[in-house]
Design a protein around this ligand. Structure first.
Ligand code: CO
Length: 302
């Protein structure tokens, strides 16, 4: 339902903008004299400055890698966007609106960089928006883009699990010597939740001291606790396997409430050190995202 709604919104937005676009876009069937390239970062979003820091870090890395290409940021979470409007009087566009504006402004080649960790519901919705714009570009070239690409999420192929596991074990090599590092992802009812278990296997192939848990999916908190008990570790580092260290990281993981992971693991006898830094702040993860972005550009006409 939601993805259909989003596709409808993006089609409607493009139709509304159509008359204005005609004057600035390229003539049908002719090569583009002045290609205008753009990058749209699509992130779940965050309403916390600490969370936004990770999104900005990714945006800065993209801008540094593509200095001549305009880079914009959009959020996919309606809840976050409403919260920002209500509490901070700020507007961040959702991808459909951001893309409609870019079409209006005459961008010809656009790649959407997904910063989602797994190909779950949020990514499916984003893909349907991109498909909508691709359809517009194919059937009404004056109203759409000549090329639109979408990068795959961080964990979407067998190679991805190995690469992210390598980055994680390198980043926390010191901590893993004296204890366990637990990476906690969001988790979902979507089938793509299986990606977290696949990441766990990729980590265990490298070291027994890395664990993956999720807040809303599998492996669960209980799964992680059972495996911790089976190991001999007492010191634990608790890090978000999310792009940002936002609300979930600060409250569900590291909060002082009695039901946070930090509190319950503390009660279970572990010494817990939260790591309040999102994957987006990790340079090596930024490079993985830049690789995904490069792959997404490969389909573009030069
Ligand atoms: Co959530």
């Amino acid at each position: 339902m939601k993805s259909k709604l989003l596709a409808f919104v993006c089609l409607t937005a493009a139709m509304v903008l159509l008359p204005a676009v005609v004057s600035v876009a390229f003539p049908s069937g002719e090569p583009v004299d002045n290609p205008k390239k753009g990058i749209l970062i699509a992130s779940f979003g965050s309403s916390m400055p600490e969370g936004e820091a990770a999104i900005n870090a990714v945006a800065d890395a993209v801008k540094a890698a593509y200095p001549g290409v305009e880079t914009r940021v959009s959020y996919t979470s309606r809840i976050i966007m409403r919260k920002l409007a209500r509490e901070q009087n700020r507007t961040v566009d959702e991808p459909a609106v951001a893309l409609a504006k870019m079409a209006y402004e005459g961008f010809t080649d656009v790649v959407v960089l997904s910063t989602h960790i797994i190909p779950g519901e949020e990514y499916d919705d984003l893909a349907s928006v991109v498909d909508g714009f691709r359809e517009i570009g194919a059937s009404a070239p004056k109203a759409g883009f000549r090329f639109i690409g979408l990068s795959s999420p961080l964990l979407s192929s067998a190679r991805d699990f190995e690469r992210l596991a390598g980055v994680i074990t390198d980043t926390y090599a010191e901590q893993a010597k004296g204890g366990a590092v637990i990476f906690v992802g969001h988790g979902t009812h979507h089938f793509a939740d299986a990606a977290y278990s696949a990441l766990q296997m990729a980590l265990w192939r490298r070291s027994p001291n890395f664990f993956v848990g999720t807040i809303e999916g599998l492996p669960s908190y209980d799964d992680v606790l059972a495996r911790l008990k089976a190991s001999k570790v007492k010191n634990i580092w608790l890090a978000p396997a999310m792009l940002v260290a936002g609300d979930h990281a600060h409250n569900d993981l590291a909060g002082d409430e009695p039901d946070s992971w930090k509190s319950t693991l503390g009660q279970a006898g572990y010494k817990v050190t939260p790591v309040l830094s999102g994957l987006g702040q990790n340079k090596a993860v930024q490079n993985l995202l830049l690789d995904k972005l490069r792959e997404a550009w490969d389909g573009a006409k030069q």
